[in-house]
Design a protein around this ligand. Structure first.
Ligand code: ADP
Ligand code: MG
Length: 326
């Protein structure tokens, strides 16, 4: 007997996530009822993942559930918000029990990590599409926005860059790697870890912040456009995982991926040079690598300097995107 829409909700979603005090009424009524903490601003973001566009069709449903929430939490991280609850609009081709069990576990495992509650959604039939909306809280005036960089500010990134883009090429069979490199990079593609603790810690440190979803150059381009400035980057300072380093040393054609590859969900932020030491301490305190990769410049362009001092010519999408928006 195939599951009805109501069976699906009851079995896989109604009790999937931890309960919260600010949720007066969650799944089961016509709408959810929330009692936001007094004096806090509400921060809201939404993102859709479409099968075959945002993830390969054969992706593990656990990873789809995890990633659909992770990319949204990454947007809250980039604002410096504390996540609170989410809604889920799910369009399914089939009501496949095993698929739903794995999908809901992936979503619930990440929700559990941050104590956020699934409070409602919609379930429909059609081409596989997952839309998650998240909400979080922030003290008024403390949001990290894209606007605010000034020439002379340092540019920082968390974690490592290019891993997810390499993972996608491996998953699509375009790139060969040994098992451990493959596992590391595919995990970076499928299970992004949103940098929420970092976003909150940066509230009174960063002058602007964005999460890297479309590639460093594209997303740094948004920070520069918002502040009407440019940037100079030092390619040698771009943080690379040892897995990425291994693949890139064997194939020079992959060299631009840390600048142009998407899906890393790290934070890119700017901060006054006087905060350099404080940011280094944060890295230790949060156990989160933070690398200073360049400077904000008055001139309205992004330059990437190779170790020999030459300016690197980037042919990837990210760079074109920046030029078009200027
Ligand atoms: P309505 O017809 O009033 O919009 P639905 O029958 O679509 O209500 O949904 C019933 C309840 O289940 C609502 O509380 C809704 O928010 C919740 N819901 C539906 N689909 C999902 C889902 N995929 N995840 C979480 N909650 C869901
Ligand atoms: Mg209704």
């Amino acid at each position: 007997m195939p599951l009805s829409e109501f069976d699906i909700i009851a079995r896989y979603f109604a009790q999937a996530t931890p309960g919260r005090e600010d949720v007066v009424l969650g799944i089961g009524d016509d709408a959810a009822l929330i009692d936001p903490p007094a004096g806090q601003q509400l921060v809201v973001a939404i993102d859709t993942l479409v099968a075959g566009v945002h993830f390969p069709l054969e992706t593990d449903p656990y990873d789809i559930g995890w990633k659909a929430l992770a990319v949204n939490l990454s947007d809250l991280a980039a604002m410096g918000a504390q996540p609170a609850w989410l809604t889920l609009a799910l369009t399914l081709e089939h009501n496949d029990d095993d698929w739903l069990a794995a999908f809901s576990r992936g979503l619930a495992d990440l929700a559990g990590e941050y104590g956020i509650q699934l409070v409602g959604g919609d379930t429909t039939r059609g081409p596989l599409t997952v839309t998650v909306q998240v909400a979080g809280y922030l003290p008024p005036g403390q949001a990290l926005t894209r606007k605010g960089a000034t020439p002379g500010d340092e540019i920082w990134v968390s974690g490592t860059l290019g891993d997810a883009a390499l993972g996608l090429r491996i998953a699509q069979g375009q790139l060969q790697a040994d098992d451990s490199v493959k596992a590391t990079l595919c995990r970076r593609l499928n299970r992004p870890e949103p940098r929420l603790a970092l976003g909150i810690a940066l509230r009174d440190v960063a002058s602007s912040c964005i999460d890297i979803s479309d590639g460093l150059l594209a997303d740094l381009g948004h920070l520069c456009a918002a502040a009407d400035c440019g940037a100079s980057l030092h390619c040698a300072d771009l943080p690379l995982s040892s897995a990425a380093r291994e693949l890139m040393s064997a194939d020079s054609g992959l060299g631009d991926l840390p600048l142009t590859g998407g899906d890393d969900y790290e934070l890119c932020f700017t901060a006054a040079a006087s905060r350099h030491g404080a940011i280094q301490s944060l890295a230790t305190q949060l156990d989160c690598p933070l690398s200073c990769i360049g400077l904000v410049e008055a001139e309205n362009d992004i330059h990437c300097h190779d170790p020999d001092g030459q300016i690197r010519n980037i042919s990837g999408h990210g760079y074109r995107h920046f030029n078009e928006s200027n």
